[in-house]
Design a protein around this ligand. Structure first.
Ligand code: UDP
Length: 323
């Protein structure tokens, strides 16, 4: 199979490129390197470029007959999206539209999209299944929800078959230690906690201890990066077998609080991690946990690393190997 991975130099995309290569696919990564890392692309062909560039897209699609496109390239920071919505709608929506139009022109009809739990907004019930209302509460979540809706319309209009995968909290690292999470700036809890364990940061700030949760801190559903890759791989099989367009929530169905993450990280690292209490972060729901049963039932997805301790241990191995 010939797969185009847009955003293949980023955290999730780079793990996916490695996975596809291991499965024997021909992989092309297209990434503008605005946040990704060239050296994280461990296999296949690399093209530096932007999906805003229609000329580049048409020559790429003319030169290679892709069986499918996986799209990981987007801006992902909620706070930034509130401050600069135009940037999010341009990058995450308009540029994705550009990519989809180029696919239509080249008659490439399979698309796997990185969506997010943020498309659901404030949970009405938990765990969140696919029937839960999608009412995003910030421009980041709205940008992803708009793309999901565009995909439905494009299926109706020209037969684009897509799978949207709504990640809950992506975490962990390649178990072989070759890849891991490298955001700049880093905003995600697990890498920040591990950097504090390593002495790279003075402490970890806990954003709010007054939530309506057992220990007062926010509860999230952490899902191993390799398990996300497995879900993409299964979604690709689904589309290759002429499966219908669909959307799945990806999580383990088990929530862990911020305090539980810190306690687990202390056990895994054997280090004591300084903690500072901080105010709530705007837009954080108290609990976000996925009901991932549909992906298990329809795609045959069985997460290999559902245990928080393993997720943190892999992230810690990666963190320690970093300069
Ligand atoms: N969080 C925290 N301190 C930090 C970073 C995150 O307490 O320095 C909390 C955050 O409020 C949320 C959880 O950790 O409840 C996970 O946040 P993250 O940014 O990793 O992912 P999100 O849930 O926003 O996708």
């Amino acid at each position: 199979m010939n797969i185009l991975v847009v955003g293949g130099a980023g955290y999730i995309g780079s793990h996916m490129v490695q996975w596809l290569d291991r499965e024997g696919c021909q992989v092309t990564t297209l990434d503008n390197l605005c946040s990704g890392h060239r050296e994280a692309v461990l296999a296949g062909r690399f093209v530096q470029g932007d999906i805003a560039d229609s000329g580049l897209l048409s020559s790429l699609f003319a030169s290679t007959r892709f069986d499918a496109v996986m799209h990981f390239a987007s801006f992902i920071q909620v706070g930034e999206s509130v401050a600069q919505p135009g940037m999010y709608y341009r990058n995450n929506v308009a540029h994705t539209l550009n990519l989809l139009e180029a696919m239509r022109a080249a008659d490439v009809r399979r698309f796997i999209f990185s969506s997010t739990a943020a498309t659901f907004g404030e949970p009405v019930y938990t765990p969140i299944d696919e029937a839960h209302p999608q009412r995003p509460i910030n421009p980041y979540g709205r940008s992803k929800w708009m793309v999901e809706q565009m995909l439905t319309d494009m299926d109706t209009a020209w037969g684009l078959k897509s799978v949207s995968l709504r990640y809950f909290n992506a975490a962990g690292a390649d178990p072989s230690g070759r890849l891991g999470e490298r955001h700049d700036p880093e905003t995600h809890l697990i890498p920040l906690v591990l950097q504090a364990a390593r002495g790279r940061r003075p402490h970890i700030s806990v954003f709010g201890r007054d939530y309506d949760t057992p220990d007062g801190t926010c509860v999230r559903d952490y899902i191993h990066i390799e398990d996300l890759c497995q879900a993409h791989w299964l979604a690709l099989q689904h589309l290759m077998q002429e499966g219908a367009s669909d959307a799945f929530n990806l999580g383990n169905g088990t929530g862990f609080s911020v305090q539980q993450v810190i306690d687990t990280a202390q056990r895994v690292t054997g280090r004591s991690i300084p903690v500072v209490n901080a105010p709530r972060r705007a837009g954080d729901p108290a609990v976000l946990v996925a009901d991932g049963r549909r992906a298990r039932e329809n795609l045959g997805w069985v997460p290999a690393y559902p245990d928080l301790q393993t997720i943190i241990a892999h992230a810690w191995a990666w963190e320690q190997g970093r300069a």
